[in-house]
Design a protein around this ligand. Structure first.
Ligand code: NAP
Length: 392
């Protein structure tokens, strides 16, 4: 296993980290089961995967309060207990469950109990975006983190992030963070924090851990014919997973890439790739090939949204770029289950396309001249319609 320094913490973390959000589930799983408490983790197989990961030098494990409907932390805690001292354990504060100052303490206490440990190596504010960040500041999250650090209940404080790069930089500059967790893969090079945010955080000494290096599996599943042809044209034969992971590890600013592996075969493959993936190892022609793959995917876009977010904030609270991204994904990645789950369960009613009041304010700001209200109707018709179908 290759190890990399996690920013100013100096911790040597394995290039491949274990994302504990997608363990195998008894009876098999689909994306909609990731937060379902009634779908038990296949503890035998998942336990064997964790042992294999540790045997191969993986030392970074990332879980969170809601994963597997709350089962992940408990399972990870008991499984890692015999190895605790030699591993880095990260979990996240469910920011959306904090409504008052006491909630911070109560939830951290619950997480330490679930994880069967006295301390967390990394404690992240989960899923920060503009709204969550405002609410966390108001509720005193930063004081709470400083207290937990001083008391030794957490060793390092960080945050995970899903919003645009402007708010990302504001958060980076607002506290003495040790690290952050960002979505980063070759398709999302300029999405959310993106490469600009990666460079910014690294330049300020934050360790950067990457989530969704395979875009949650969408860069490896049901590959469109035109994309597969491009991969097949490469002189070196690699699986789409290997291309995608190597692209992430090619960045020297990335400390670890987390993958949420759901089978032993995936774990073994990703360990093999990690063992040979140094920074700056891809050639110019390999990087060009990956760019052509990205462009091929992008040519399947239905709505030409680039995610610039000039349309935001919407007076109604609709998350316009996210709605468009989910809609486009159904055409590019053909992963209906995941997009349904995200639209129907992750977006608040306010953020959904159906909340559009057709005021048209957004249209005035869109550099792509997208007819936003019209397109939002299509988004809702497709994703909500399919949810209705799925329910019957
Ligand atoms: N804080 C946050 O907001 C947040 C959000 C997302 C994720 N995370 C964390 O980041 C971790 C990583 O994100 P992710 O799980 O989305 O990572 P990912 O690596 O992008 O996606 C994981 C999925 O990719 C597929 N996969 C993995 N290795 C493969 C291989 N070698 N060949 C073929 N398919 C492969 C599997 O899909 P199938 O199961 O369909 O086969 C797997 O479930 C998560 O587990 C979680 O710990 C945090």
């Amino acid at each position: 296993m290759l190890y990399r320094k996690l920013g100013k913490t100096g911790c040597e973390v394995s290039a491949l980290g274990f994302g504990c959000m997608r363990f195998p589930i008894v009876g098999g799983a689909s994306a909609v089961d990731l937060f379902n408490p009634n779908k038990p983790i296949d503890e035998k197989l998942a336990g064997e995967m964790i042992d294999t990961a540790i045997d191969h030098g993986i030392n970074y494990f990332d879980t969170a309060y809601p994963y597997h409907g709350g089962q992940s932390e408990g399972f990870v805690g008991k499984t890692l207990k015999p190895h605790r001292e030699k591993l880095f354990l990260a979990t996240k504060l469910p920011t959306w469950l904090v409504h008052g100052r006491d909630d911070f303490e109560r939830i951290l206490g619950e997480q330490l109990t679930r994880l069967e440990t006295d301390y967390l190596d990394f404690y992240l504010l989960h899923g920060l975006n503009r709204q969550a960040w405002a609410s966390m500041k108001e509720l005193g999250a930063l004081d709470f983190l400083s207290r937990a650090l001083a008391e030794g209940r957490i060793r390092y404080a960080g945050f995970s992030f899903h919003d645009d790069v402007k708010i990302f930089k504001e958060i980076v500059d607002s506290y003495d963070w040790a690290m952050c967790l960002i979505q980063y893969n070759y398709f999302d090079e300029n999405y959310q924090a993106g490469k600009e945010g990666l460079a910014y955080a690294a330049s300020r000494g934050l360790g950067v851990v990457v989530m969704e290096p395979l875009r949650g599996g969408r860069l490896v599943d049901r590959i469109p014919e035109e994309v597969q042809k491009l991969w097949d044209s490469a002189p070196v034969k690699r699986t789409p997973a290997e291309w995608a992971l190597r692209w992430v590890w090619n960045h020297s600013e990335v400390a670890a890439a987390l993958s949420g592996m759901s089978s032993m075969a995936q774990l073994i493959e990703n360990i093999r790739i990690a063992e040979g993936a140094s920074a700056d190892a891809l050639s110019e022609s390999e990087l060009q090939l990956i760019t052509r793959v990205r462009e091929s995917y992008q040519s399947m876009l239905q709505i030409g949204c680039t995610g610039c977010a000039y349309c935001m904030p919407c007076p109604q609270g609709v998350n316009i770029p996210l709605n468009f991204s989910l809609y486009n994904d159904t055409f590019m990645f053909k992963d209906e289950d995941l997009n349904l789950m995200l639209y129907n369960h992750m977006l608040t009613p306010e953020q959904k396309a159906s909340n559009c009041a057709e005021c048209g304010e957004c249209e005035e700001h869109c550099p792509q001249q997208i007819k936003v209200p019209e397109e939002l109707q299509k988004v809702h018709a497709r994703l909500a319609q399919q949810a209705d179908n799925a329910a019957t």
